[in-house]
Design a protein around this ligand. Sequence first.
Ligand SMILES: Cc1cc2nc3c(=O)[nH]c(=O)nc-3n(C[C@H](O)[C@H](O)[C@H](O)COP(=O)(O)O)c2cc1C
Length: 394
Amino acid sequence: MADLSVTVDGLEMPNPFVIGSGPPGTNANVINKAFDEGWGGVIAKTVSLDSSKVTNVAPRYARMRAAKTREVIGWQNIELISDRPFEVWEDEFKKIKDKGHDGVLIASIMEEYTKDAWVELVERCQACGVDGFELNFSCPHGLPERRMGAAMGQDPEILEEVCGWVNAAATIPVWAKMTPNITHIEEPARAALRAGCEGIAAINTILSVMSVDLKTLRPEPTVEGYSVPGGYSCKAVRPIALRMVMELGTMMYGGGSGKPIPEGDELPIKGEFPDRSLSAIGGVETGEHAAQFILMGASTVQVCTGVMIHGYKLASTMCEQLSAFMDSHEFATIEDFRGKSLRYFTTHADLVRRQAEHKAAERAAKVGMVTKDAAWEGDSFVEQSDKLVSNKDD
Ligand SMILES: Cc1cc2nc3c(=O)[nH]c(=O)nc-3n(C[C@H](O)[C@H](O)[C@H](O)COP(=O)(O)O)c2cc1C
């Protein structure tokens, strides 16, 4: 059986599956459950110093289902970060770590644009023994009104400064979580990596309006008759997440952009940050989905909405599926195939050139034209020569 263990930024994990920040990591009770079910890591629900500023509403989710199967394919939320006091989280972080789980515990943190607040948050979480940080620069709703979350993640200059504060105070690995609600996701990612972050996580939810009730004419989810755009997740966002992780993988590790990595070359090649890590998120529900993100360069794969639909046992199913995929290709470790598909991205002009070359070779083969020296044969040498002549009527 394939070896699913990964070591990312020095963090050892039994498998690459990590609970993405959100309801499945919202208190010690559910985090312990996740570790007991074999998850490689848990990113806790995002915390800030003052939870009294966080007030959630209900309902705060809306789902999209497939017409025939009724399967949930899209999920919108207008949920904020954790509304639980930071002191409670400190106590729970310590207690979770005391249990000595196999997986890693990562604190997701978010603050206003104030150096002291970020430094205090880092130092207090670190004192609880958490293994790493994920900086939430990506929550799309509510917090941008306080210039937090996505509002910071959309401004590479501010993001770089905040990452600098965090990295100066942090003694454990730091990942910066990117918002997809931006034209070029590589720009804030570059800023975070320049400021010393060990890794990038992507994507958070995509800004969306789920639907409008045609009886009441009110947008959904409806709270007292009104709504706000929310964050879209689940299966439906996976192709967009794959594209964005591909863009990040290409920027960090190489490939794409008209410069395909030659067959046989292994990562890291020509990327700007070959030794930093990438944690992929967005619509993952199976080991095969995870394999696709690893092929784009991710070392770990996060799942949030999938756990809300299928429960914590998803980890063991995904491990089996990923292991079967690896066995079918004889990949012994995750590193054996990480980033392997990045080499197959190129420019459209290059696709056109490749297709023209292929068609020309096919035409030549059809009429038996020799196109390579190795194809010449002694018995049909004269015939082969004749087929290469253009002015046969001379
Ligand atoms: C209900 C809900 C709450 C979320 N809360 C957070 C959060 O507090 N912090 C954060 O960084 N991401 C949060 N997310 C985003 C997820 O971590 C993840 O980036 C996104 O949902 C895409 O992955 P998925 O399709 O596996 O859910 C939340 C997502 C959902 C659905």
